[in-house]
Design a protein around this ligand. Structure first.
Ligand code: DOR
Ligand code: ZN
Ligand code: ZN
Length: 430
């Protein structure tokens, strides 16, 4: 017995929404047609709701092992499917760091026990993310890592990054970079070095602390031929460098987060609540415009959330002492749909591509496509119903978001991973 998803609306090649039924058999999309015979199958009525390939997020922090008060693999993978994400790649800045085969295996085991989103662990580039010695790329690859990154910190030494790229290239692994030159940081700086920091008399985080690494790494990627991916791009100069790198034929790609697309430093309220503190910081209006332009012209390939849960106590320590990071899994799609698609900045097809087929193509994942024969990773989204973002309702342990109270349309209501329903909005949730 299979499952028939009845009366969904899917995007056709021309980017129009068309009514379709989908038959899932075993874990694959067996048929897509205007009307399917449901005889002998379970039927789920979608009543015209939007049906997409499952969303992919290549940047989340699941915090396990080591920081289970912030999030666990189970709560993070559950938050992902609440947000319509069927695959997430999790960052290695755990304790211990994901720098050994044992940790990779234990994350994969916990994720499959949770049975929610697919979880693809990153392996650290350097042991304990200290930037001193490379990890064992061959062993990590064999254990099943998604790619290599030291996210949370930048790789400070150019020589170390070059060596990492040479070895990653040999092993067919991507280098994914949190771009930050520590030399250019002022201790305690929490906001972009721009008008808001200046107005409050605070030290800022300059754009070039990011873009210097972006430029350096594009040159090293050109030299070594590795696939190089920029995390959470935030500065207009970085966008320009990626655009130039692509034009020169370098294998460089980039992601942008929903918060950098939707907010800038001028939006930060005068109380300077730490829910507005993340790294990289919200930059200027001009940077935000450059990110949108880069997303539209293909310089920026995909959207990834940088879901970074922290506890209430940690985030209550005030702007200077609170940790960097905001949650993103459960708000990404409604925020982007409401504030970029409904406003006419992006089409629905463009938004969906940046969250599905683009990350799948770039990282060689067998997901992200809605077609017969593909794996049944699917997301159903209600494009009509509207409600406020309410952190108290999150499946994530993290409540740290600057978007609380924002009214959004486009809420995920049903998520299917590998042919199994892993999230369905309950009636009482409505
Ligand atoms: O905002 C951030 N949060 N940026 C980072 O680089 C790390 C992350 C975290 O781990 O909380
Ligand atoms: Zn980062
Ligand atoms: Zn991150």
């Amino acid at each position: 017995m299979g499952i028939v998803l009845r009366n969904g609306r899917i995007l056709n090649e021309a980017g129009e929404l068309v009514k379709r039924d989908i038959l899932i058999e075993h874990n694959r999309i067996a048929k897509i047609a205007e009307l399917l015979d449901s005889e002998g199958h379970e039927v789920i009525e979608l009543a015209g709701k939007f049906l997409s390939a499952g969303l992919i997020d290549v940047h989340v922090h699941l915090r396990e092992p080591g920081f289970e008060a912030k999030e666990t693999i189970e709560t993070g993978a559950n938050a992902a499917v609440h947000g319509g994400f069927t695959t997430v790649a999790c960052m290695p800045n755990t304790r211990p760091v994901i720098d050994s085969v044992e940790i990779v295996r234990s994350i994969l085991d916990k994720a499959s026990a949770a049975g929610k989103a697919r979880v693809l662990p990153y392996g650290a580039i350097t042991q304990r993310q200290l930037g001193k010695e490379l990890t064992d790329f061959a062993a990590l690859k064999a254990a099943g890592i998604f790619a290599l990154t030291d996210d949370g910190v930048g790789v400070q030494s150019s020589a170390m990054m070059k060596k990492a790229m040479q070895q990653a290239k040999e092993h067919g692994l991507s280098i994914v970079a949190h771009c930050e030159d520590d030399d250019l940081l002022i201790p305690g700086a929490a906001l972009h070095d721009g008008i808001t920091a200046a107005r409050h008399g605070l030290p800022g985080i300059p754009s070039e602390s990011e873009s210097i690494h972006v430029g350096r790494d594009i040159l090293l990627a050109e030299q070594t031929g590795v696939h190089y991916h920029v995390c959470h791009i935030s500065a207009k100069e970085s966008v320009r460098l990626v655009r130039d790198g692509k034009r020169a034929g370098v294998n460089v790609t980039a992601e942008v987060s929903p918060h950098h697309l939707l907010l800038c430093d001028e939006d930060i309220p005068d109380d300077l609540d730490a829910r507005w503190k993340m790294n990289p910081p919200l930059r200027s209006k001009e940077d935000r415009a450059a990110l949108l332009a880069g997303l539209k012209d293909g310089t920026i390939d995909m959207i990834a959330t940088d879901h970074a849960p922290h506890t209430e106590e940690e985030k209550a320590k005030g702007l200077e002492r609170a940790p960097f990071g905001i949650v993103g899994s459960e708000t990404a799609f409604p925020l982007l749909y409401t504030h970029l698609v409904l406003t006419g900045e992006l089409t629905l097809a463009e938004l969906v591509a940046k969250l599905t087929v683009k990350p799948a193509e770039i990282f060689g994942l067998p997901y992200g496509r809605l077609a017969e024969g593909e794996l049944a990773d699917l997301t159903v989204i209600d494009l009509e119903s509207e409600r406020e973002i309410d952190p108290a309702r999150f499946a994530s342990k993290g409540r740290n978001t600057p978007f609380a109270g924002w009214r959004c349309k486009g809420w995920p209501v049903l998520t299917i991973v590998d042919g199994k329903v892993v999230y369905q909005q309950e009636k009482e949730e409505e």
